[in-house]
Design a binder for this molecule. Sequence first.
Ligand SMILES: Cc1cc2nc3c(=O)[nH]c(=O)nc-3n(C[C@H](O)[C@H](O)[C@H](O)COP(=O)(O)O)c2cc1C
Length: 357
Amino acid sequence: MTLYPLLRPLLAALGAEAAHRFTVWALQRAPQRKPAPDDAILATRVLGLDFPNPVGIAAGFDKHGEVPLQLASLGFGFVEIGSVTPRPQPGNARPRVFRLAEDRAVINRYGFNSVGAEQAAANLERQQGRRSVPLGINLGKNKDTPAERAADDFAKTAEALRRFAGYVVVNVSSPNTPGLRALQGRGELEAILARVERVLAAGDGGASPRHRPLLVKIAPDLAAADLADIAAVALAGRCDGLIISNTTTRRPDTLKSRHRGEAGGLSGAPLKPFALETLRAMYRLTQGRVPLVGVGGIASGADAYERIRAGAALVQLYTALIYEGPALIPRIKRELAALLRRDGFASVAAAVGAEHR
Ligand SMILES: Cc1cc2nc3c(=O)[nH]c(=O)nc-3n(C[C@H](O)[C@H](O)[C@H](O)COP(=O)(O)O)c2cc1C
């Protein structure tokens, strides 16, 4: 973490994808340190899992499960790997990720470049046995699998990786796989969740298969009727929680960067209002009865706190890490703890959804 200021100019000079590959490479070789213990006010229990703090790294940073322990040692309270597709696939042609530095944003159209479920399992196997923070496994589908067979893809990856999972995510909201977002429709979603739930309930041969929570990651661009459908699916118990949100296909007029016209999903600061509004709406629709994970444009303790008050039991980030570096993580945690205390909350859980009361 202390080397980052020296590496920063190098990373900025590299293209966005090369900078990311270098960062993962460096993390794999960095000496592992135990992070400072978290402030007790940040500890929280969600989905039956214990989190030392509510700030996680969002899917897409560690797509192949190469560095979950290293991410935990940076101070994240949980790590979500993926999206992993069942079979390996290369993703879209390069360049496929762009930094919009003036906008504190990124546009990516990776299209689920993935080593596939078998290799991801081998990667995670190497990290087994060492206790760390909760691990989420985010499932994607192969581009050449027809939409009618999407459930097969999610089920295959779930089966290959369930033994590593604290929780599992069905990602039906990446804008870069044709047809994927249509799987957010009620019928399609129910069919996928039923298949994956069966795989998770079957366990992995252990004496007592433990229940692994199943979440759905949704887009920030859904119509009100779609949000209501997804809320109904969650309230019916077809999944255990929702991650809100993935990147947006919108391009706000405020974007300044020359890359603003690139195709793909927009993340970072300009996504924040859409992700926050979608979270708020979903908290209302589910009456606070479904655990929600807030993600999209979170870059400070105030952002995390705002998301928690709007209904998030946990938060995640990715893009802000690209601009701020790893010192961001302890800073967010410090600021969040101070805000909770300022407002008289004894825990994160006590503040979840506070703005609705
Ligand atoms: C380069 C990049 C790759 C991503 N890949 C994935 C992915 O594979 N699966 C997924 O569910 N989300 C993916 N995301 C979305 C993030 O998990 C997150 O939902 C989104 O970026 C909003 O958070 P942020 O503004 O903090 O980045 C990706 C985001 C970025 C920037």
